[in-house]
Ligand binder design. Structure first.
Ligand code: ATP
Ligand code: MG
Length: 787
């Protein structure tokens, strides 16, 4: 074939070009963020096609997400100068394995039209098995078993080869139940997600003819984000590449962020051993970010041990330093970012104007999104959530809201249908049909229908008892709702606006709607359902529920909140036009944006509490890599922020700035002044700051370690001088012997109430609280009781 023009090669630097032109044999591109690994991988596909080495369907190219696969396909077309006709084997591990498994399903006892179970079906099946084995599913819940089996499948362990060390799993019954589960799946002609890879690996291991067929078929194999492959994926790749060894993997050990999902960064470090003679290409020029952004990211990741250690450079000198800003609380953080984005659209402070599509907000935990979504909906700033549903569309949020809706309006039948058997109450289709029929016959709503059905004895047994509890609960909670509090009278009873005339409500004057929401979620068993859930998603769902309760604070009552959500969700149809992107750091892997906001850099949130509580550094190092991934997504502007206070389940919690902030090299950071604290003042205008008088005063925040640190930063210090704060957290704390308090002084703490100071240690006070007893607390959240 005549050589075609190769303009795509001219866009590459010599190292990239070497990786692209080394068509045969194993190639590893191990390089830092933004060095053009994905670009080179894409160019390699183009080069394979362009030189006639392979047809589109002879290339196996694995990406981490479907979105990445789509983009790669588009880019190949663009570089090639013509649309690619079918690249059926360019996709995620899962997508490719489904296709392979359909062709060979019978080899693992399935038919080619097998179904793929979702998590709910999977749990239901495991529940049945647990019951059939006479195991108490209260102590040994199905979700826990699902987590264990998933873990085993990620390691490519079939029931026959789960190692002996795991024999104790699930009270010693795990392996046996796993075998039963696999049998049951076969009977149902079904797989779960983990099976897709596991079955394909099994087929390739046991059927040499099939293996050889695919080794011939897939002439070239390419893998992006190789550092995040798990054992099963690794085995699969090794099997397929084992013949010709034409495999090109790209990745970055510093960006390995899926250890919690069974990924093994060791896979990439072992590549040269697995494929002797591999050509290893290192890329050092970063084409994405400015010097300051790159240096900040490098400063953070340097804190990890046992790295390969890569130094990156960029031609993009100058530009904005990484911006750091502290806020009073999470709501203010969202407010500030909203306003900052609006001014960035216009172009301020000497910056160019940014389009909304240029801007991303990357959060550590999905519950952080709520504050931004609420704020952006309120100010009409278009946004999209990438890699997951938007906050109010999440399953647990919709469930919880269905409870609230029913409490506010008991005739909301759709809400009733949603939650009648969530959590599971033993009310199957039959019981639900009975309720429907009774309700129809009496011309009433489902809640009343349920009550009548119970009274008539139509629904009995366990399910009946649980339904009775639900119906009684709904009535009780309904009785606890109230209209806006107009005032408190001299007896501290609430004066309530119940629509008609203001009336005094005695009894529970201080039960807020936030507390009511918690009561509803607790007493209905909904919170417990997720607490007992052992899947990796469960902690996130619980966080989201806490976040939901927090959102209520801005409203007078449950009804007002529900109305707000209904309106904002309705306002936001239509999907065209530029939008700010909101996503988790995990979902941002491989992406890039001109401007990136990284909110919530606080110990306990980022790094996560779990990683901090762990013994050993493994979890913390994975969090640090996540920080590195976050900063390196930014091209021009990177803004890191934290808040001094966050409300968790109705309680203000004081937050310390993230330890990763200490690790940012100061000469590349600019500290911004938050308007809320230095008199610019959103504070007074915000409608919902009802708790403000119980919180620490602004002066306390000025005195906090985080602020002091920021002050030190912003006063220009020569870059060569060692930083006082970096790696010397305790020094900063010690400097801060809070002198404004004295032993014996009577003080007020937002969580524990009144007490007397017994002792002072640096920024910590030992206080004998009248109600809570003796506790050590952080001084900045204590105020003099007479203030
Ligand atoms: P990550 O580790 O974050 O996945 P990466 O190494 O895959 O990053 P790419 O996304 O391929 O990096 O490239 C980063 C940016 O640099 C892209 O905008 C890309 O177009 C650009 N780029 C890569 N190589 C070059 C080059 N040789 N010349 C100009 N721009 C380049
Ligand atoms: Mg990439």
């Amino acid at each position: 074939m005549a050589a075609r023009p190769q303009p795509y090669l001219d866009e590459l630097n010599p190292a990239q070009r070497a990786a692209v032109e080394a068509l045969d044999g194993p190639v590893l591109m191990l390089a830092g963020a933004g060095t053009g690994k994905t670009k080179a991988l894409t160019a390699r596909i183009v080069h394979l096609l362009n030189t006639g080495r392979a047809q589109p369907n002879e290339i196996l190219a694995v990406t981490f997400t479907n979105k990445a696969a789509r983009e790669m396909k588009e880019r190949v077309g663009r570089m090639l100068g013509q649309a690619v006709e079918g690249m059926p084997w360019l996709g995620t591990f899962h997508a490719i394995c489904v296709k392979l498994l359909r062709r060979h399903a019978e080899l693992v006892g399935l038919k080619s039209n097998f179904t793929i179970l979702d998590t709910d079906d999977q749990i239901r099946l495991l529940k049945q098995l647990i019951a059939a084995n006479n195991i108490d599913d209260k102590r040994w819940p199905a979700r826990q078993l699902a987590g264990i089996i998933d873990h085993w499948k990620n390691r490519a362990w079939t029931p026959e080869n789960v190692p002996g060390a795991e024999a104790n799993a699930f009270n010693g019954r795990g392996i046996e139940l796993y075998a039963q589960y696999q049998t049951r799946l076969r009977e149902l002609n079904a797989t779960d997600f983990g099976d897709l890879l596991l079955h394909v690996v099994t087929i390739l291991q046991q059927h040499d003819d099939v293996l050889q067929q695919y080794r011939r078929w897939f002439k070239y194999i390419l893998v992006d984000e190789y550092q995040d492959t798990n054992v099963a994926q690794y085995l699969w790749l090794r099997l397929l590449a084992g013949g010709h060894k034409n495999i090109c993997c790209v990745g970055d050990d510093d960006q390995s962020i899926y250890g919690w999902r069974g990924a093994e960064v060791g896979n990439i470090l072992r590549f040269e051993k697995d494929f002797p003679g591999a050509q290893v290409v290192r890329l050092e020029q970063n084409y994405r970010s400015t010097e300051h952004i790159l240096a900040a990211a490098g400063g953070v990741i340097r804190g990890n041990q046992g790295r390969l250690g890569k130094e990156l450079w960029t031609e993009a000198q100058g530009g904005e330093k990484v911006r750091l800003i502290g806020h009073w609380d999470g709501e203010e953080e969202a407010r500030w970012i909203g306003e900052e984005i609006e001014s960035m659209q216009r172009g301020t402070r000497g910056m160019r104007a940014f389009d909304l599509d240029d801007i991303a907000i990357l959060v550590r935990a999905s519950h952080q999104m709520r504050a931004f979504e609420d704020r952006f909906l309120t100010i009409g700033l278009p946004y999209r959530v990438i890699g997951g549903p938007r906050f109010y569309e999440r399953m647990e949020i919709r469930d919880a809201m269905a409870y609230f809706r029913l409490v506010v309006s008991p005739e909301d039948d759709l809400a009733f249908e949603r939650i009648v058997n969530t959590p599971k109450r033993g009310l199957g289709d039959k019981a639900q049909q009975t309720i429907q029929a009774v309700a129809r016959a009496h011309g009433v709503g489902l809640v009343d229908g349920a009550r009548i059905a119970l009274d008539n004895g139509d629904i009995k047994g366990k399910g009946g008892a649980a339904l009775r509890q639900l119906v009684d609960g709904l009535a009780r909670w309904h009785g606890m709702t109230r209209g806006p509090v107009l005032a408190f009278d001299e007896n501290d009873d609430a004066v309530i606006d119940d629509g008609a005339a203001p009336q005094v409500r005695y009894g529970e004057p201080d039960l807020s709607h936030m507390e009511l929401a918690e009561i509803i979620l607790d007493e209905s068993g909904y919170t417990a359902m997720w607490q007992n859930d052992k899947t990796p998603e469960a902690p996130g769902r619980l966080e989201n529920l806490k976040e939901l309760v927090k959102a209520l604070e801005q409203f007078e009552n449950l009804a007002g909140f529900l109305e707000h959500v209904a309106l904002i969700m309705d306002n936001d149809k239509g999907d065209d036009g530029a939008k700010v992107s909101i996503m988790t750091l995990h979902a941002a892997k491989g992406l890039e944006f001109p401007a990136v906001f990284l909110p919530g850099w606080e110990d306990g949130l980022f790094p996560s509490q779990r990683s901090m509580d762990e013994t050993g550094l493994k979890g913390l190092e994975e969090e640090r890599r996540l920080a590195y991934v976050g900063i390196t997504r930014a091209e021009e502007i990177c803004t890191i922020s934290f808040a001094g206070n966050r409300r968790v389940f109705g309680q203000w919690q004081s937050q310390l700035p993230s330890r990763f902030i200490d690790e940012l090299p100061e000469e590349h950071v600019e500290v911004l002044t938050p308007p809320g604290l230095y008199g610019g003042g959103y504070g007074a205008a915000a409608p919902a700051r009802s708790g403000i008088e119980t919180r620490a005063s602004e002066a306390d925040v000025y005195n906090s370690p985080g602020w002091k640190r920021m002050q030190e930063r912003s006063s220009a210090r020569p870059a060569s001088q060692p930083s006082q704060s970096r790696g010397a957290r305790s020094t900063v704390l010690d400097l801060e012997a809070v002198s404004s308090h004295t032993v014996g002084e009577r003080v007020f703490h937002q969580k524990f109430g009144y007490g007397a100071i017994l002792g002072i240690e640096g920024d910590k006070l030992e206080v004998d609280f009248e109600k809570a007893g003796v506790k050590k607390v952080v001084a900045r959240f204590v105020t003099g009781a007479d203030d």
